[in-house]
Design a binder for this molecule. Structure first.
Ligand SMILES: [Zn+2]
Length: 216
């Protein structure tokens, strides 16, 4: 049973298609597990469509029109899959759901933790899977930015709670935590970062300079 959800701001940005791709992918996976948030997103999208219908066309002076026309030949901007794709989940999400974790390229951080970075096409966010052995921990760390976490398999706990399959967490720059997998099963979760994490224990600090964000 899913008990930790994205907040309304994230769901609204997701519903309007304005969330960066890697964060959007993490929310899509949450919606796969959470019918409550999926209903919220559908309602937000209906509301957005209604608001769009009631918009009155504004008078536009010629300079704005010229400006728009001048940009029509520009290269098309990157487009991100919007939340309209919830039911036809992105290939990335389908792949995660089939659980072919062994095909991924895992890097070993310590004997309890391996990380596999995945490419989402998002140039500003790292999207990675964390495999924590039963009873093992991700060394205590802080963040310079935002960390989104979604549990795919097993469960883990940190200073603030216990998280099971489908649970979604957002941690900010000032948060410090030590996620630890349950003793009974390995835990696999998604982590989306917009800045590298920083390990606190002295014996992991040597790794900090090498923890570069690997986005795209
Ligand atoms: Zn939810």
């Amino acid at each position: 049973m899913v008990t930790h959800h994205p907040d309304m701001r994230l769901l609204t940005e997701f519903a309007s298609g304005s969330l960066p791709l890697a964060q959007s992918a993490a929310i899509s996976v949450h919606l796969h597990f959470c019918s409550h948030c999926k209903r919220q997103v559908n309602a937000l999208q209906d509301m957005g469509a209604e608001m769009f219908d009631t918009l009155q066309p504004a008078d536009v002076d010629d300079s704005l029109l010229d400006n728009v026309l001048a940009h029509l030949d520009d290269e098309a901007p990157l487009t991100y899959a919007s939340s309209a794709a919830i039911d036809e989940s992105p290939v990335l999400v389908q792949r995660l759901m089939t659980g072919d974790y062994k095909d991924l390229k895992w890097s070993r951080i310590n004997k309890a933790l391996q990380i596999a970075r995945l490419r989402t096409g998002d140039p500003e966010h790292e999207f990675a899977l964390y495999h924590i052995k039963a009873g093992g921990s991700i060394p205590c760390h802080s963040h310079k930015g935002t960390e989104l976490t979604l549990v795919l398999e097993g469960s883990f706990s940190d200073e603030e709670g216990v998280y099971h399959q489908g649970d979604f967490l957002m941690r900010d720059a000032e948060d410090v935590h030590t996620p630890t997998a349950s003793r009974t099963a390995d835990c696999i979760c998604i982590g989306v970062l917009d800045a590298p994490i920083r390990f606190k224990p002295w014996n992991y600090r040597l790794l900090n300079p090498f923890l570069q964000l690997q986005a795209s």
